[in-house]
Write a protein that binds this ligand. Structure first.
Ligand SMILES: Cc1ncc(COP(=O)(O)O)c(C=O)c1O
Length: 432
């Protein structure tokens, strides 16, 4: 859905939602979540039917959102302990859960194995030993995928590039560390070496890295076959499918077509059977499914810029990405930061209310003239932002509503109050 249609959709409903639930407010759309899953699933059905989509729970661990994706047919990729709890609690089939993570606690691994979690990603040798111990403790067998890192060039923000030489993630293939862990996995009782994984990073702004990832991992799979005599069942190429924030990004269907082609060609070249393909998309499934509504409280000019100060800032909006920002009122279509400022628009530094200078969501955002009370949308904000929302300045986190497919709005997370912010704190008795 383009920005104009998105603005029309939220402009229709926004004021009524804010009246009812207050500002700021996160609004998720069930129809977007389902459509996002269908887009990926259809592309896989066309290009690589033997495949599974595991939603990267870290991208949005709200149970209401997870339930929609589970209902749509997704599996789950859980990185951390409470992500696993969320995935199990909302009823994902444990066999369709992939547990990742790079420093998990023994009790979490045991819980996952006892629950029947399908696959375990192994990021390092210690993690393999912990998985093996947990399998022993629970009398189960763990199906593991070795996380490879072939030191790639990754076109994205460096903070979210994972398959690079500098990254803490994965086992470097070139030095032989990845093979050493695969060898150990093959020799360890209670562990079954079933696959290879590579997650390039997030918001990948190119198609070719997926071809590189497919070729590198299939070469590693061939080395495993040659050295250990094991043909892997699963190739997991992670997530990273991008969302258009302020620029065009590759289309997920094209990425999947390219990736599928690279996997099949490499399998044929190495004389390997085509593996079952796993994907772990997060951002692409939820990123465009939410809009944050916030209200202008102050418009102030300084010698440097004109600031529009909202009731939500970097406490509610993670700062990595240039989310589209537009007003619900006024003539003129929303524009992205890379478009020229339309006639009749002004440029604002859109800031939050927090007590630090860096609390600015966007500099020079082209917007219609703003006044106190005007509503601003920070759009395509469904991935990662809510999870990284903070209580900076003791700000309560905003409520979250889900617009159901029948257009009904339902609260999936109550907004916090001051007592939620301080509810778990205590004061020493002698100071009370
Ligand atoms: C192991 C793993 N899988 C999947 C993802 C999801 O990435 P994205 O949200 O870009 O699809 C991540 C996030 O960086 C990750 O670390």
């Amino acid at each position: 859905m383009d920005l104009i249609s998105r603005r029309d959709r939220i402009a229709d409903r926004g004021p009524e939602l804010l009246d009812e639930y207050g500002s700021p407010l996160y609004v998720y759309y069930e129809s977007d979540l389902r459509e996002n899953y269908r887009t990926l699933r259809n592309a896989l059905d066309d290009h690589y039917p033997d495949s599974h989509v595991h939603f990267a729970v870290k991208a949005c661990f709200e149970p209401g959102v997870l339930s929609v994706l589970r209902d749509a047919g997704c599996g789950a990729e859980a990185y951390a302990n409470c992500e696993l709890t969320a995935a199990l609690d909302v009823g994902f089939d444990p066999g369709e859960i992939l547990l990742t993570g790079m420093n998990r606690q023994p009790e979490d691994l045991e819980r996952a194995l006892s629950a029947g979690v399908g696959r375990f990603l192994v990021d390092n040798a210690t993690e393999l030993a912990k998985v093996a111990d947990a399998a022993d403790a629970t009398g189960t067998e763990a199906s593991v995928l070795v996380r490879a890192n072939p030191a790639m060039e990754v076109p994205t923000h460096p903070g979210v590039a994972t398959a690079t030489r500098e990254s803490k993630f994965g086992l470097d293939v070139e030095s032989g560390r990845a093979m050493a862990v695969a060898r150990e996995a093959a020799a360890t009782e209670g562990v079954s070496l079933d696959g290879v994984q590579l997650h390039i990073g997030s918001q990948i702004k190119g198609i070719e890295p997926y071809g590189v990832a497919a070729r590198e991992t299939m070469t590693f799979a061939a080395e495993i076959r040659d050295e250990l005599g094991i043909e892997i069942d699963v190739l997991d190429l992670g997530g990273g499918f991008p969302v258009p924030y302020d620029e065009d990004v590759p289309n997920s269907t094209d990425i999947i077509a390219h990736m599928a082609d690279a996997v099949k060609t490499a399998a044929e070249g190495h004389g390997l059977p085509e593996p079952t393909l796993y994907l772990e998309p997060g951002r692409r499934l939820v990123g465009n499914a939410a809009t944050l509504l916030a209200t202008v409280g102050v418009v102030k000019e300084t010698p440097h810029a004109e600031f529009a100060v909202l009731d939500a800032g970097t406490n509610a909006v993670s700062s990595y990405w240039p989310y589209p920002i537009y007003a619900l009122h006024g003539e003129g279509d929303p524009v992205t930061a890379s478009d020229p400022t339309p006639e009749g628009f002004r440029e604002y530094h859109v800031a939050g209310p927090l007590c630090y200078t860096g609390d600015v969501l966007r500099e020079d955002a082209p917007l219609p003239p703003l006044d106190r009370g005007d509503v601003i949308a920070v759009d395509r904000i469904g991935a990662y932002s809510l999870g990284s929302a903070s209580n900076t300045n003791a700000e309560p986190k905003p409520p979250v509503v889900l617009i159901r497919e029948n257009d009904e709005a339902t609260v999936i997370r109550e907004g916090e109050s001051c007592s939620d912010v301080f509810g778990r704190s205590t004061v020493p008795d002698d100071l009370a």
